[in-house]
Ligand binder design. Structure first.
Ligand SMILES: [Zn+2]
Length: 161
């Protein structure tokens, strides 16, 4: 079974309405695996196709289109905390090995971790009707141009030819 394992780490500084409490930090980590019959990252709202398109543009074209309001501006810098990214990477590698060996449960296809509050959740959602991932004709077409018949000409994450 072909599987994609995707992961993300987001560290956010949240302002509080309570001036005494002040700002606080929230940490969200996610590991999602996608295979035939599972909801893709677009179904889950985990991938923004317009942002992926913008990130695939050369910097000058992106800057020009951003100035005209046609694409998102440059990404906001995010802090990288080695322990957090290592945690997500280890969870993703474990998920990959579980899919590869076939010994892991397929009940959930996503894990959401909020380490600052000790919260770990899992979920499995249905494919969105009409999404390309629910059409068997799109299985194993990730390496063709255009990539998955989406609006960007090459995979937004990975090597470019
Ligand atoms: Zn989908």
């Amino acid at each position: 079974m072909a599987v994609v394992v995707d992961l993300a780490v987001l560290v956010s500084v949240c302002e509080s309405a309570d001036e005494i409490a002040g700002a606080h930090v929230e940490i969200d980590e996610r590991v999602t695996w996608v295979g035939p019959g599972t909801a893709c990252l677009l179904c889950r709202g985990r991938l923004d196709a317009a942002l992926a398109y913008a990130e695939n543009l050369d910097p000058d074209a992106r800057k020009a289109l951003a100035g005209e309001g046609y694409v998102a501006a440059a990404a906001t810098p995010q802090p990288a905390v080695a322990t957090l990214t290592t945690l997500a990477a280890a969870m993703a590698a474990t998920e990959f090995l579980l899919r590869l060996s076939g010994i892991g449960s397929t009940e959930a296809t996503e894990m959401l971790l909020r380490p600052h509050v000790g919260d770990l959740r899992r979920n499995r959602i249905s494919q969105r009707p009409g999404c390309f991932c629910s059409d068997p004709a799109y299985l194993a077409r990730g390496q063709r141009d255009p990539y998955l018949d989406l609006m960007w000409p090459t995979p937004p994450f990975g090597e470019r030819s």
